[in-house]
Design a protein around this ligand. Structure first.
Ligand code: HDL
Ligand code: ZN
Length: 454
């Protein structure tokens, strides 16, 4: 320590005095992890300005509002729709009938079959119970009516404060899919729609890379001189479109979800993939590089494998990590936030991140967001990357989910961190409270902020 008046021995003794004995590590780690405020870098949550369809104390609801919260949204989360169809199959309840029901009847159906008539052991079920309990409600109710009144009495904006306090999240990062008309129209109608200091915006551009001709037709409708083939003029117009929306949203990064068969470079016989590659190379990455803005690639989602389940119908597939490596190598001026959906891709992604400082692995995404897999992936990341990664994001779609997604993830992180520190202490290296505070701040807040600023 520069200018220290302590001798080396005194410094060592001081560290020794604040060192934590191995058998006392877990409570100290737990307290520090609980206390650390989190920057949640990927959610599908919205500010109240985007409207809410949920009955609340203000009396103002918007049937197409995007801010989802409360027990009926919690219980009809698409993960639970998929799970209830394993209990009451489509042969008994045709999908189209279920989708015609009002949200309240869908919620009652799910509560009955997943929470009352069967033990709610899945992670998505247990999450609802955790949230209800931490809100001070009894998770043992046989009917949802007992909860409905509580939520109807909430003021949406004040409820956001309550949920952020319970989950100890300081910033919620949205997902703002500009090709979704409901979302886009709201930004065009009110340029301050995203201006809530608790939230950050992210420009989500999936159609640009998944189906450029389809995206180009929309861009042309919106007045951009973009044609189905990514010509030089089209590229310039796509860049103009991206810059306009990044400015409008004051977005902190750009994001895409890609299928498992995403390849870079693209398969030369696949015209759709080649168009996507051109847009990626000539529009998206240059715009991000100019802004020193990360590009988030969420790779491995097969959309609508079971279309009858709608949002609940997507599945996971093994993707190509070598394509990520080539992008990091070929675009050293870009920063890549990457999460992959297949468990099988996690080790190779860690190995690749050891080679590229512009690659930041993040989160245990979607079907990986379960304690057994979060444990495996997080331990693997510590062993290969030290503390230079972002262990988790919530991916919350319903505001209240922040409470359970972070409670459950914190518990896993405490166990993995404690195990890691214990193994380090066994070498004789002292672990101090300062070490743990430093590491946890990086993992839950600082690494993301530093990557944004890098
Ligand atoms: O594409 C994504 O951002 C995914 O997170 C999807 O929204 C997915 O449906 C989801 O909610 N996963 O948790
Ligand atoms: Zn998501």
């Amino acid at each position: 320590m520069v200018g220290s008046t302590l001798t080396k021995e005194q410094t060592t003794n001081m560290k020794r005095s604040t060192a934590i004995p191995a058998d006392q590590l877990k409570p100290v780690v737990a307290q520090i992890v609980a206390h650390q405020k989190i920057y949640d870098l990927h959610t599908h949550l919205y500010t109240p300005r985007f409207g809410t369809p949920v009955a609340n104390s203000t009396g103002k609801t918007d049937p197409t509002g995007l801010m989802l919260w409360g027990v009926e949204e919690l219980v009809t989360y698409h993960y639970l729709v998929a799970e209830v169809y394993r209990v009451v199959p489509a042969s008994k309840l045709p999908y189209e009938e279920f989708w015609k029901w009002p949200k309240s009847r869908q919620a009652d159906h799910i509560w009955k079959y997943l929470f009352v008539e069967n033990t709610p052991v899945s992670e998505a079920c247990r999450g609802v119970l955790t949230t209800l309990g931490k809100l001070g409600l009894d998770p043992n109710e046989k009917h949802l009516d007992a909860y409905r009144d509580y939520f109807a009495r909430q003021n949406p904006s004040q409820y956001i404060d309550k949920v952020m306090e319970l989950s100890n999240v300081h910033t919620i990062t949205m997902t703002n899919p500009v090709f979704d008309d409901n979302e886009r129209d709201r930004w065009l109608a009110d340029k301050t729609v995203g201006s809530d200091p608790r939230f950050k915006a992210v420009l989500r551009i999936d159609p640009l890379l998944r189906n450029f001709p389809q995206a180009a037709a929309k861009l042309a409708d919106w007045g951009y001189q973009v044609h189905g083939d990514p010509s030089a003029q089209s590229i310039d117009e796509v860049k103009r479109f991206l810059n306009q929306w990044l400015d409008r949203q004051d977005a902190i990064y750009m994001a895409v979800s890609l299928p498992p068969d995403f390849r870079y470079p693209a398969n030369q016989t696949d015209t759709l993939a080649l168009a996507g590659q051109t847009i990626l190379e000539k529009a998206i990455l240059p715009v991000c590089a100019e802004r020193k803005m990360p590009f988030a690639m969420m790779i491995g989602s097969n959309l609508r494998t079971q279309p009858e389940l709608r949002d609940a119908g997507d599945t996971s597939g093994i993707s190509d990590v070598a394509s990520v490596a080539r992008l990091c190598r070929d675009f050293p001026g870009n920063k890549f936030l990457v999460t992959m959906l297949a468990r099988e891709n996690q080790h190779e992604l860690c190995v690749t991140a050891r080679k590229f400082g512009n690659l930041m692995p993040f989160g245990c995404w979607w079907f990986l967001n379960n304690p057994s897999l979060i444990t495996e992936i997080t331990q693997m990341r510590f062993e290969l990357l030290g503390t230079s990664f972002i262990p988790q994001h919530s991916d919350a779609r319903i505001l209240d989910q922040l409470v359970y997604k972070w409670d459950h993830s914190r518990k896993v992180l405490v166990n993995v961190l404690t195990d890691m520190y214990t193994r380090i202490a066994e070498t004789g290296r002292l672990i101090t409270r300062e070490d743990i505070v430093h590491d946890v701040e990086k993992l839950l807040n600082g690494n993301f902020q530093a990557f944004l600023a890098q």
